[in-house]
Design a protein around this ligand. Structure first.
Ligand code: SF4
Length: 509
């Protein structure tokens, strides 16, 4: 028998919003004593991939802290560990007998499919699925009805978002006269410049318990030796405040720089919290703008940050839902090489990749240029299976969810979607990596050599890629300069490129 007028608010683990719309909706029609909040840890979901241990601790500890916070606010909370989500929901119904359930639309496609038939799965219980407010797209969609074949670039999307939300705008014009200050934001890190450390947070009793549980999970990956992430709204706030005070001003110029010593440089490292709902995108953008208006950070840094939060992040989410389902199966280059072991053990002579893989194993983090111009660039040049690369990103990073990794990896990183998300394949030789980092100086490979036993693999793989796909790339307006470079390779050098690339790729297994 159902309880009279009792409602369940089912909150998903990556939707830990301070002001959750499902709770607000429940409060409109129910007394607090009639509301039960349900959170489910699904064993099947947690074991779906070999997720990084730090990601698992972040998620589970944040969920449990969120549950404790709601309890302290007077809510009844049913925090459930179940074999899978449906079992958790059914067990909850048996125990609490609500007469309806409210939840927020999932961010990922699989979750939305599950929600679509939820009432039926729950024996006809009335279910309300509220719009997702974790993304600004829920409030304003610049392209609500895209034409089927039309490509929409991020810049168009971003400008519409800036204008609608009035961010860095002076009337109808962008503040400072430019929409984009990227040209000022491509500096390498000067020698001797030491970025401030990102603050860490001590594990409390709840987090320590989760750490011990996650240590026992057989299918997980990555190190748990040094967990210091924020797991509450309060600490996520403190992490963002620290970024505003100490790193935002220099974020712009060095946002594409890479460093052996400094993993986080001037990056905010707030994406793990934003993607869990511990921070809210518009609030972050407005506070970054306030720092600019108060003279605490220059326009190129603030615009670059705001573009990432309300431009790129929302655009990626929009693209994901535009192309799902089926998007993960894209394989434009028709390649299927398996991921080499170095992705999991960081064992490679390539200094840049070894450093970044080691970093990912230790912390579950590498910044966006290391993801794009090192790992994805290498994966594209080496013809690695797009689905395997995507899955590696999905389980290895503390901020990874399918809605962000699918367009970022399948689309932007690998161009495996043939240009649905990105306007060109991002490929580079050692030249770019050397210009933007300090990796090459201490590498056993020669960054200047194109071929030969000591030549940097990025070099012959880059030229090999151009030779392999010359016909296809000639049709890409933004790849013209790369393809033109082939003019400088004579016949014997082309042969050496092909041979060195083939020999190297053979070593990957
Ligand atoms: Fe990476 Fe090549 Fe530079 Fe070595 S030489 S660090 S492999 S780009």
């Amino acid at each position: 028998m159902t309880q009279p007028n009792r409602i369940t608010v089912w909150i998903l683990g990556d939707q830990l919003l301070a002001e959750h719309p499902s709770l607000a909706a429940a409060r409109e029609a129910h007394a607090p004593s009639e509301i039960c909040v349900l959170l489910i840890e699904s064993g099947q979901r947690l074991a779906r991939h070999p997720y990084h241990r730090q990601k698992l601790v972040l998620l589970l500890s944040a969920m449990r802290h969120y549950a404790a916070r709601l309890e302290s606010q007077g809510y009844t909370v049913d925090y459930r560990k179940a074999d899978d989500t449906l079992a958790g929901l059914r067990d909850h119904l048996d125990a609490f007998r609500p007469n309806r359930l409210v939840t927020m639309q999932a961010s990922e496609h699989r979750g939305r499919r599950f929600q679509a038939g939820l009432s039926e799965k729950l024996g006809g219980l009335p279910v309300a699925v509220l719009p997702n407010t974790q993304f600004l797209l829920g409030r304003f969609n610049p392209i609500p009805n895209p034409e089927p074949e039309k490509r929409y670039v991020m810049e168009h999307f971003y400008r519409a978002m800036r204008t609608h939300f009035g961010l860095l705008m002076d009337g109808d014009e962008p503040t400072g006269g430019e929409w984009n200050y990227d040209k000022e934001n491509r500096k390498p890190l000067p020698k001797g410049l030491a970025p401030p450390e990102v603050p860490g947070f001590e594990a409390d009793e709840l987090t320590s318990e989760v750490i011990e549980e996650v240590r026992r999970m057989p299918n997980a990956s990555g190190s748990l030796d040094d967990f210091h992430l924020a797991v509450t709204h309060h600490d996520a706030e403190a992490a963002f405040e620290d970024f505003l005070a100490h790193r935002l001003a220099d974020f712009g110029p060095y946002e594409d720089a890479m460093s052996r010593e400094h993993a986080t440089l001037f990056h905010s490292v707030i994406s793990p919290y934003l993607n869990l709902g511990l921070l809210e995108p518009l609030d972050l953008a407005q506070r970054a703008e306030a720092a600019y208006r108060a003279g605490r950070a220059p326009i190129n840094s603030v615009e670059g940050f705001i573009r990432q939060v309300i431009g790129w992040r929302e655009y990626i989410y929009w693209q994901y839902h535009r192309w799902m389902p089926g998007y993960l199966e894209n394989n434009f280059w028709d390649v299927d090489r398996s991921l080499p072991e170095m992705f999991w053990d960081a064992e490679t002579e390539m200094n840049c990749l070894a450093t970044v893989f080691r970093r990912v194993i230790d912390t579950g983090y590498a910044h966006h240029i290391e993801r794009l111009m090192l790992v994805s660039n290498f994966s594209l040049l080496a013809g690695l299976s797009p689905r395997q690369v995507h899955d590696w990103f999905l389980c290895s990073f503390i901020d990874a969810y399918e809605w962000v990794m699918a367009p970022n990896v399948i689309g932007m990183g690998l161009y495996a979607d043939g240009g649905l998300v990105s306007t060109k394949p991002y490929i580079a030789s050692a030249n770019y990596i050397h210009r933007m980092s300090d990796y090459c100086g201490s590498c056993s490979y020669d960054r200047k050599a194109r071929t030969g036993p000591q030549a940097c693999p990025f070099n012959y793989l880059y030229w090999n890629f151009l030779l392999e796909y010359e016909g296809l790339l000639r049709g890409q307006p933004r790849m013209g300069r790369n393809v033109l470079g082939l003019r400088y390779l004579d016949g014997p050098e082309r042969l050496r490129v092909r041979q060195d690339a083939a020999a190297f790729l053979d070593t990957l297994g």
